[in-house]
Design a protein around this ligand. Sequence first.
Ligand code: 6PG
Length: 245
Amino acid sequence: MANLHVCRGPQELYEQAAALYARLADEALAARGRFMVALSGGSTTKGMHAVLSGDRYRAKIPWTCVHLFWGDERCVPPTHSESNYRMAEQTLLAQIAIPARNVHRIPAELPPAEAATAYEQVLREVFALSGEALPRFDLIFLGLGVDGHTASLFPGTPGVREDRRLVIAQYVEKLQAWRITLTPPVLNNAAQIIFLVSGADKAATLHDVLYGPFDPERLPAQLVRPTQGAVLWLVDQAAASALRG
Ligand code: 6PG
């Protein structure tokens, strides 16, 4: 049974996500002295950034102990309108006192394969990984595409079956574009995953992901099942409208 919380509307979803972020940050800092978070791209997460960078949380969260990563990135420069980093810079980073050394941007301006290798090296260094060890994020935010993708794991792409690398680059035919993404093993090693899903256009997909047959080639979001962690689906009523009954 999915761990699902239905919010009345988008704003309540953003507020709930920010409150969870703050609580998980406190817990991680108390336990390990740092909070390792991967942000998602897309529009839904922008609303949560606005709450986190607002008066209620901006000064509350000890940003000097937070390390920000990204779950995926478009293969564009960080100044490009499509860049997930640029969106986060405008809606969150510019308003908070986080040290630049704690912001681990995917260098997606590099050739795709180089960008993936470089980011994998960043993960190994910041998480101090050795051998085959996986990074364990305290929190990874994910979105859900209408086609069932999450991060940049799209239906029918090799990333869905990646079980070795930490980060891969893949060409997404339907987008006619390259993407960089964390892989299923990294997502499934997280302590907490929070999906943020808003809008009626996601309703049918959300139903199929949560209650339909397991078919990750068609619905990659179904891959996200942390082995020693939790998944929370934070959705609004519009996105949940196909779940009732
Ligand atoms: C991206 C995201 C992607 C996103 C979903 C949902 O780079 O676009 O990482 O996985 O989370 O497409 O996007 P919306 O929140 O805009 O619907």
